[in-house]
Unconditional design. Structure first.
Length: 338
């Protein structure tokens, strides 16, 4: 059995145990050593789905609204971006708490409450970067955003500096040392080359390059792995049925070959959209190239769902997800496997 089949087959166990109202066609289970899917919500729930056992663990935490999550196996911790407290919160040694039902992490480190409207988190070594889409001047005709750069230490998160962008920012993703950022309310994608080294002080910065992705109405989430870039399109914010996923293989070459101000055409992408997909507002995505699967945080359809699409680089159109799992107000996802 291929790894891609393993992943969603195992996830089917989670579905069958936990959400009989949604449909799933996967059968059979093949396990691996470790495979966890983490998720945050706008109601404060943080969950981990153990793919090997089908066990769902809910982590009590101090946030009543979070968006952005990262798991580190260095100290067995997950870090969330708390919208309610405006800070980073990391919960340590979570495996010691066991699994199943609700557990209460007692060891945590937190950052200072600097954030106003955080939207995404990306990590490069000890550097944790948070996007914030606060309208700083109160003028919607002059969009701007901020990127908060933190250094994680043994005792907390130290704010190194704040970079102000010339557009409203949402999803962010490191690709090597370069930082890619979604230009919110548009179809555009920006890159800041050698981001951490090139932006060491508080300043307004200009992206090195901005291109458009043909077919996207309003980009939100993005994730890169194995040379492939996945972007989510929420379409009209009020619609629960017009979302989409865009899959761009050989992304590095296609991005490099596109002039600043140009676009990657529809013929160079795969697009998953339509009523069968259950995509309305896919606000966050995570992609794993080893399993070739996309996990989606769909916040609007059915009041919130985690969706998964198998064989991501070979499917397109109005297809049904390989897994649906109800999670009210889901805001972000992160996949970790060993």
């Amino acid at each position: 059995m291929k790894k891609t089949n393993f992943l969603l087959s195992a996830l089917g166990v989670i579905f069958l145990l936990s959400c009989s109202s949604d449909d799933n066609s996967d059968t059979g289970v093949v396990t691996s050593e470790m495979a966890y899917l983490f998720a945050t919500t706008h109601n404060g729930d943080v969950k981990r789905y153990d793919i090997n056992t089908g066990t769902i663990t809910t982590y009590a935490n101090s946030s009543s609204d979070s968006e952005g999550i990262y798991y580190s196996d260095v100290d067995d911790s997950f870090t969330i971006v708390s919208r309610s407290s405006g800070r980073l919160e990391s919960y340590l040694n979570i495996s010691e708490l066991g699994s199943g039902e609700t557990v209460n992490p007692e060891n945590s480190i937190v950052g200072s409450p600097d954030l106003e409207s955080p939207r995404d988190l990306t990590v490069n070594g000890d550097y944790y970067v948070v996007s914030d889409n606060t309208d700083l001047d109160g003028d919607e005709t002059t969009p701007e955003g901020r990127l908060f750069i933190y250094i994680r230490t043994a005792t907390g998160f130290v704010l190194r500096n704040i970079v102000q962008t010339k557009f409203k920012v949402w999803g962010i993703e490191f690709v090597g040392e370069d930082l890619f950022a979604v230009v919110d309310e548009t179809s555009r994608l920006a890159v800041y080359r050698d981001f951490l080294n090139s932006n060491r002080i508080n300043q307004v910065v200009t992206a090195n390059k901005i291109i458009a992705i043909q077919g996207i109405v309003r980009a939100h989430g993005l994730d890169y792995d194995g040379g492939n870039m996945i972007l989510s399109d929420i379409g009209e914010a009020e619609s629960s049925s017009d979302g989409a996923l865009h899959v761009i293989e050989n992304f590095d070459q296609k991005f490099s070959n596109t002039d600043n101000g140009g676009f990657i055409g529809a013929e160079d992408q795969l697009r998953i959209s339509g009523n069968n997909t259950l995509l309305g507002n896919p606000v966050n995505v995570v992609y794993d190239s080893a399993y070739n699967v996309i996990f989606v945080a769909e916040v609007l359809n059915n009041n919130g769902r985690i969706l998964a699409f198998n064989n991501a680089t070979s499917v397109s159109g109005n297809i049904s997800p390989d897994l649906t799992y109800a999670l009210q107000e889901v805001s972000s996802v992160f996949f970790h496997t060993e």
